[in-house]
Ligand binder design. Structure first.
Ligand code: FAD
Length: 295
């Protein structure tokens, strides 16, 4: 299976993340963009997000199936505990298996912004580790990834306990870790070392998201609380006179990150694309590569 996992068959893996569009028009546009802009980059896989609460359940599946059928690319489905009980998850897994999809990124998910914390349903899963265990018990051939947080997850300020929770996900059967976005590679390298110290040896894939505008920077800060924006990046952004310049700065910064990560033998790089292609393609170009087989 050409995916990150214990076998490390694709090393390094290069992957792109998309969210499922809500309209028919958006859906057609995304499919065209993937075919024209992303397939030529020969990614190891593409992943489709899943709205916690199950709101995008059908859209996620529809997008996965369309991309798989029309591009032949390996697909990974994000799947969350929040909003799903066991029977629903089993049905989703059955659907995926019969469609030839065996790759899942198992997540807890977050309640919608502004709503109170969701108490786990007694028929559901409290944490991603429970979901990983359930998937592996359902069918051990599923390739299961989990989330990791180089800068720490805001809900667990105790960073030692946090690594125990990550280890639980790996012990439950996770094949690899994909990280939250970060802007300072030292955070990632340190996280990898802490994984090893905790006995976590599965591949760790680095999550990269280039800043493309000032609004986008603000949104990242809101949606990923705890994200550390290095002063060097903020200084450059504050000097920019237009959003085009901000985008160039973001691309340059991300390209430097990716270059260093690959030189350090990182297992893979996962691009959060927000369904846009320009920044990711520019990063590729600036690295002097146009497909991942040349890495
Ligand atoms: P968990 O591993 O369950 O951890 C959640 C929190 O609970 C952590 O603070 C952890 O330390 C703590 N914890 C874990 N186990 C225990 C325990 N036994 N006792 C006490 N505390 C515990 N969200 C979506 O809704 N849809 C998506 O498609 C999506 N995709 C993502 C992709 C990536 C690569 C990443 C990094 C995140 C993604 N998220 C997505 C966001 C994610 O759902 C949230 O960040 C969520 O808060 C954490 O998810 P998790 O899977 O790490 O949860």
């Amino acid at each position: 299976m050409p995916l990150p996992g214990k076998q490390r068959e694709h090393h390094p893996s290069i992957s792109f993340e998309f969210f499922p569009p809500k309209t028919e028009k958006g859906f057609t546009k995304l499919k065209e963009r993937i075919k024209n802009d992303f397939v030529p980059l020969k990614p190891s896989y593409v992943s489709i997000t899943y709205g916690a609460g199950g709101g995008t359940r059908d859209l996620t599946k529809q997008t996965l199936l369309a991309i798989k059928k029309e591009t032949g690319l390996p697909v990974v489905s994000h799947l969350t505990c929040v909003g799903n009980v066991r029977d629903e998850i089993r049905t989703i897994l059955e659907d995926y298996r019969s469609a030839g999809i065996h790759n899942v990124l198992a997540l807890r998910g977050d309640p919608p912004k502004g709503s109170p914390p969701v108490l786990p349903n007694p028929d559901g899963f409290a944490y991603a580790a429970d979901l990983v265990r359930f998937i592996k018990e359902y069918d051990s051939s599923f390739n299961v990834g989990v989330a990791g947080f180089p800068e720490g997850h805001p809900a667990t300020p105790n960073r030692l306990v946090e690594m125990d929770h990550l280890k639980e996900k790996v012990d439950a059967g996770a094949d690899y870790i994909c990280t939250q976005l970060f802007f300072d590679n030292n955070d990632f390298f340190d996280f990898k070392e802490r994984c090893l110290l905790s006995g976590i040896t599965v591949p760790v894939i680095a999550g990269i998201m280039p800043v493309v505008s000032r609004n986008n920077l603000q949104r990242m800060a809101e949606l990923s609380p705890g994200t550390r924006f290095p002063a060097g990046l903020l200084k450059s952004v504050s000097r920019a006179r237009s959003d085009e310049q901000v985008e160039q700065i973001g691309i340059h910064w991300a390209a430097q990150q990716v270059m260093e990560l690959l030189a350090a033998d990182t297992a893979g790089v996962h691009f959060y694309t927000l369904n846009q292609s320009r920044a990711t393609r520019e990063i590729y170009r600036s690295l002097g590569i146009d497909d991942s087989e040349q890495l």
